[in-house]
Design a protein around this ligand. Structure first.
Ligand code: GDP
Ligand code: GDP
Length: 435
């Protein structure tokens, strides 16, 4: 998916603009709802060109000098990764030296940069905004993110600048695997180890894409493609040092993946960024395997694995379906098991269940435990059908969709998971009214 990045000093209104562009929060249809995470990226899917919106802000300025450094880094990130950059300035504060410096830097970029003067709530501020023309920029977007002013023009320009939507050809014969995680968790070590196994036959004709180098390989007669994300092959780049950078690359890798291996460092424990990345995989309905690496570094007793499992389960609540593995790329401990797990999860992810079987299970579930009444009326489950794979998605037709209580949805999700072996992958269930 294309990326639109918002850049600018703290307090100019980036997050307000972010929320304004995002519009109403997209409801996630899943069997484990109720996950709220603080995040600075979101998918905007309500236009014909969907994109990922990133607010690169969120840092605390310590000093003017420090802020400038951070703004440069932030802009660098946007320049490298975004398809369209929104540079936001504050129409009330007027032009500041750091704005000038960053604007100068962005002017020389050969990517679309839209210069936004925000907090222009009325005509009075509009007059003040004229001083921004001294930057020598031809066109400004004058907005009030708070009140929605100027948003139409800005949105039109964003959509205009975004590249045409390319459809990723979905070769159903291959499983695309992304290995993601913060820098230094051991992604490259793991990948090298994995590809080094006898049973994993690397395919010499590696395909390349704009963003990454993919490595095809075969395991148990199944074709896989390893999607290379940050840190595996392009090590040593300046921007690797930036925490945010690896997130953006991880997001792009996950876009194209079926199965996502989220690698966590056992020594460092779970970090905020691990959760952000995993949250994105969850939002996208990807199958996830949680791999705790560097297991060799811990002094263990017979409780260590259980404690760590509880910790992971507690933190990654929304990924309750994801298998957890404890491995060491250094010693090779359990690394051979990783592909077994990936294979299992990938098969679930592609599993198609016949309508007859599904309806048999639905009927049984309903008989064992009928739905509660809704406004004095019986809630009826008519029919279930699988509408998609990757992830397995189902639609249940009912007489009153609103009447199916959250806890009942959860009950049905579990009832559908169990008999069909969807233990390690996400499933989606949509409820629809049928007269
Ligand atoms: P960020 O640090 O760049 O993400 O800025 P925020 O979005 O958090 O906004 C900083 C402050 O500016 C908040 O108090 C917002 O309510 C306010 N703000 C944002 N956009 C506008 C606007 O268009 N007009 C006015 N008057 N205030 C705004
Ligand atoms: P990446 O940035 O995620 O690709 O991480 P690397 O694979 O480059 O590994 C980062 C560092 O961690 C290197 O010094 C590795 O040798 C080390 N490392 C990777 N896996 C393990 C492991 O399982 N145990 C230990 N002790 N060190 C590891």
């Amino acid at each position: 998916m294309s990326v639109v990045a918002i850049v600018g000093r703290p307090n100019v209104g980036k997050s307000t603009l972010f929320n304004r562009i995002l519009g109403e929060r997209k409801a996630i249809v899943e069997d484990y709802p109720g996950v709220t995470r603080d995040r600075n990226y979101a998918d905007v899917t309500r236009y014909d060109k969907p994109f990922t919106l990133i607010d690169t802000g969120g840092f605390e300025p310590v000093s003017e000098v420090r802020m400038l450094v951070q703004m440069r880094e932030q802009s660098q990130l946007a320049i490298e990764e975004a398809d369209v950059i929104l540079f936001v300035m504050d129409g009330r504060d007027g032009l500041t030296p750091s704005d000038e410096e960053v604007a100068e830097m962005l002017r020389r970029v050969d990517k679309p940069v839209l210069f936004v003067v925000n907090k222009v709530d009325g005509d009075k501020q509009e007059e003040q905004a004229a001083e921004f023309y001294s930057l020598g920029i031809e066109h400004f977007f004058v907005t009030s993110a708070e009140h929605g002013r100027g948003m139409g023009e800005l949105m039109a320009a964003i959509l205009d600048e975004l590249p045409e939507v390319k459809t990723v050809e979905d070769d159903s014969a291959e499983v695309r695997l992304a290995v993601i995680g913060r820098p230094n968790v051991g992604k490259s070590s793991l990948v090298n180890k994995l590809l080094g196994y006898e049973r994993v036959v690397a395919n010499p004709t590696a395909g390349t894409t704009r963003d990454s180098v993919d490595t095809p390989f075969t395991y148990n007669n199944q074709r896989y493609v390893l999607i290379d994300t940050a840190g595996i092959r392009r090590k040593g780049k300046v921007s690797q040092k930036l925490e945010k950078y690896s997130v953006v690359q991880a997001l792009k890798g996950m876009d194209r993946a079926h199965v996502v291996m989220v690698v966590i460092d056992a020594e460092e424990g779970i970090t905020e960024q691990d959760l952000t990345i995993a949250g994105y995989a969850y939002d996208r309905g990807r199958a996830v395997v949680l791999v705790v690496n560097k297991w060799d570094t811990l002094t263990k007793d017979n409780q260590t694995m259980k404690k760590f499992t509880d910790e992971v389960r507690g933190q990654f609540k929304f990924l309750s379906f994801a298998p957890i593995m404890f491995v060491s790329a250094l010693t090779g401990q359990r690394v051979a098991k990783i592909m077994e797990t990936v294979e299992d999860v990938a098969q679930q992810f592609n599993r198609k269940i016949s309508t007859a079987e599904l309806n048999r299970v639905l009927k049984q579930a309903e008989e064992a435990h009928p739905p509660a009444m809704y406004h004095g009326k019986r809630v009826k489950l008519f029919y279930i059908t699988q509408t998609a794979v990757r992830p397995p998605s189902f639609t249940i037709f009912v007489n009153k969709e609103k009447g199916v209580h959250f806890s009942y949805r959860r009950y049905l999700a579990n009832k559908i998971r169990q008999p069909f072996g969807f233990s390690g992958c996400p499933i989606r269930i949509t409820y629809r009214d049928r007269e």
